[in-house]
Design a protein around this ligand. Structure first.
Ligand SMILES: *Cc1c(COP(=O)(O)O)cnc(C)c1O
Length: 464
C-alpha cells in the first residue's frame, strides 16, 4: 500500500444542506434519437429506454458556478452527491426526501488511496456487491421506489443477467417499497460468488435459475415486455445500465475525487483513467466535467474489445463480436452507452478526442501490471483496475504527460476476481469476512426451463 493514505471523510450525513444551489426549473429529458417527445425524470426513470429506441439525456447539463464549486471543496461525499442530484432532480423530488435517498444510498466509504506522488486509486468497491455498479443501482432503486409510490404502483423490475449487473440490482432494490425484482440468470454460467449475490437478497427479490444460457434469459425477458396480457396486470420495467437514473449518480464519485485532490494537493484539473465496457462510467465522467468540476482529461481504458478506442483514434465506429478477456465485465463489442457519449460530442470524434484518449490493454499487459503494481506498491489490483493503471502508464509515456497527476477508477474488489489475481501473483490471497458470510448464506432460486410460459406463469403467480 502507498505510504500516504487519503481516506475519504465520508460522514454520510447532510448537515442542514450547507450548500445553497440556485433553483432550476423542472428538468426535461429527451432521447438521443430525437424522435420521441421529451419526458420528465420520473417517466425517463420508469421507462428506461425511450420509445424511439434512444437513450434519455438531460435537455441541458446543469452548470455549477465557481462559487458553488468552491463551497463544495472539502464537503463530504454525500453533500456533493446531494448538490449534484438536486440540479438534475429539483422539482421532481423535494430536497428533504432527496437528501434521505442519498443518505440511504451511500452508507459506505469512497476511499482514495495514494500509490505515489501523482497516482491515486479511487476505490469504488466498498458497496454491498463489491463493485462500482452499486453507486448507480442503489440510486436508481430508490428513485424508482419514490416515483412508484407517487404513482401508487407496484413496479416489477425484470432483468436478465450474466452476473454483475444483476447482483447490484438485487441488492440495490432489496427492501425498497413499491418495487420488486425478478432476475433471470443462466444456470451454471455465473461464478459461485455471483450466484450467491443473485440468490440471497430475499424479500422482494426473486431469482430464477434458467436451464439455458444468457441469450435464453434475454429472449424470455424481451418477450415478457411485449406480452399484452402480462402488461395488463403488471407494471414492468428494466433496470439496465442505460437508465438515466443509473448514470447521474455515477458523476458523484468523479466530483468527489476531483474536489478532494484539489483541496489536498491543489490539482486544478484531475485526469481520470476509466476501465470501460458499456461506457456508462466514462459518460458520467463527461457529465461531471461539463458541470464544471475540476476535471481535465479522460483515458478510456479498454481491453481487446476496442471499438470505442478505435473510434476515438480513427473516427470510424465498427462494433465487433465480443472477445473474452480477463477483465470480463468490459467484454462488450457494441457498448450500449456509446450513443450517449457520441451525443454529448455531437458525433464529432475529433472533439471527443480532445477530452478523451482511448487506450486498449491486452490480457498479457493486464497480468504483468497486476504483478508490477503488487511489487512496487504492495497493492493488490483486480484485472479491470489493472487495465486502467496500465492505460494511465501508457498515456504518460505519450507526448508530455509524464508528470500529470492521475486517478484510476477501481471498479471491483480484488476478492471478486481472486482466480485471475492468484494466477498473476502466483500466491493465495484471502477473501474478506463479509464475503465469507455471503458464501454461507442459503441460496434461494426457482429453477425453470428456458421457455417463456414458465416465466409468465411465475410472474402471474406473484402477489398483485
Ligand atoms: C460494469 C463494469 C465495468 C464497465 O463499466 P461500464 O460503465 O459498462 O463502462 C468495469 N469494471 C467492472 C468491475 C464492472 O463491473
Amino acid at each position: 500500500m502507498g505510504d500516504a493514505h487519503l481516506q475519504a471523510r465520508c460522514t454520510n450525513t447532510i448537515i442542514n444542506n450547507p450548500i445553497q444551489i440556485a433553483n432550476t426549473s423542472l428538468m426535461i429529458y429527451f432521447s438521443t434519437n430525437k424522435s420521441s417527445i421529451p419526458v420528465s425524470l420520473k417517466k425517463a426513470t420508469l421507462e428506461g429506454l425511450a420509445p424511439d429506441g434512444g437513450l434519455y439525456v438531460p435537455s441541458e447539463i446543469p452548470r455549477f458556478s465557481q462559487e458553488e464549486i468552491a463551497l463544495l471543496e472539502g464537503a463530504s461525499f454525500n453533500n456533493i452527491a446531494f448538490a449534484i442530484a438536486k440540479k438534475f432532480i429539483d422539482g421532481a423530488i423535494p430536497p428533504e426526501q432527496l437528501s434521505d435517498i442519498i443518505e440511504s444510498c451511500y452508507t459506505f466509504d469512497t476511499p482514495i488511496v495514494q500509490l505515489d506522488s501523482r497516482t491515486f486509486v479511487e476505490e469504488l468497491f466498498c458497496g454491498p456487491t463489491l463493485a462500482f455498479k452499486d453507486y448507480g443501482a442503489r440510486f436508481l432503486a430508490r428513485l424508482t421506489g419514490y416515483f412508484a409510490a407517487e404513482e401508487e404502483k407496484l413496479i416489477t423490475v425484470l432483468v436478465a443477467t450474466s452476473g454483475d449487473t444483476g447482483s447490484a440490482v438485487a441488492y440495490g432494490f432489496q427492501g425498497i417499497a413499491n418495487t420488486r425484482v425478478v432476475l433471470l440468470y443462466p444456470s451454471g454460467k455465473v461464478s459461485p460468488l455471483q450466484e450467491q449475490q443473485l440468490t440471497t437478497a430475499g424479500g422482494n427479490v426473486h431469482a430464477l435459475e434458467v436451464k439455458g444460457d444468457f441469450d435464453d434469459c434475454q429472449r424470455m425477458v424481451k418477450q415478457a415486455f411485449v406480452d399484452p396480457s402480462l402488461n395488463k396486470s403488471l407494471t414492468l420495467t428494466s433496470a439496465n445500465s442505460i437508465n438515466i437514473s443509473r448514470l447521474i449518480p455515477q458523476s458523484f464519485y468523479y466530483a468527489w475525487a476531483a474536489l478532494q485532490l484539489k483541496e489536498r494537493y491543489g490539482f486544478s484539473a484531475s485526469l481520470f483513467s476509466v476501465p470501460s465496457g458499456n461506457y456508462g462510467n466514462l459518460t458520467a465522467g463527461v457529465l461531471a466535467k461539463r458541470m464544471g468540476f475540476p476535471i481535465g482529461h479522460f483515458i478510456a481504458a479498454s481491453n481487446a474489445n476496442d471499438s470505442v478506442t478505435r473510434y476515438i483514434d480513427e473516427g470510424r465506429y465498427e462494433p465487433r463480436p465480443t472477445i473474452t478477456t480477463l477483465s470480463t465485465a468490459m467484454d462488450v463489442g457494441n457498448p450500449s452507452n456509446f450513443a450517449r457519449l457520441r451525443y454529448f460530442y455531437h458525433n464529432d470524434y475529433t472533439s471527443m478526442g480532445k477530452d478523451i484518449t482511448g487506450i486498449a490493454v491486452s490480457d498479457e499487459e493486464t497480468v504483468t501490471t497486476i504483478r508490477a503494481v503488487h511489487e512496487r506498491f504492495g497493492y493488490v489490483m483486480e484485472p479491470h483496475t489493472a487495465v486502467a493503471f496500465r492505460a494511465l502508464e501508457r498515456y504518460r509515456s505519450l507526448g508530455n504527460h509524464a508528470e500529470e497527476p492521475g486517478i484510476l477508477l477501481s471498479t471491483a474488489h480484488p476478492a471478486k476476481f481472486l482466480e485471475a489475481i492468484e494466477d498473476a501473483l502466483d500466491k493465495k490471497i484471502g477473501i474478506p469476512s463479509n464475503l465469507q458470510e455471503l458464501m454461507e448464506k442459503k441460496k434461494n432460486a426457482t429453477l425453470i426451463r428456458p421457455e417463456y410460459k414458465e416465466l409468465a406463469s411465475f410472474l402471474n403467480g406473484l402477489d398483485q
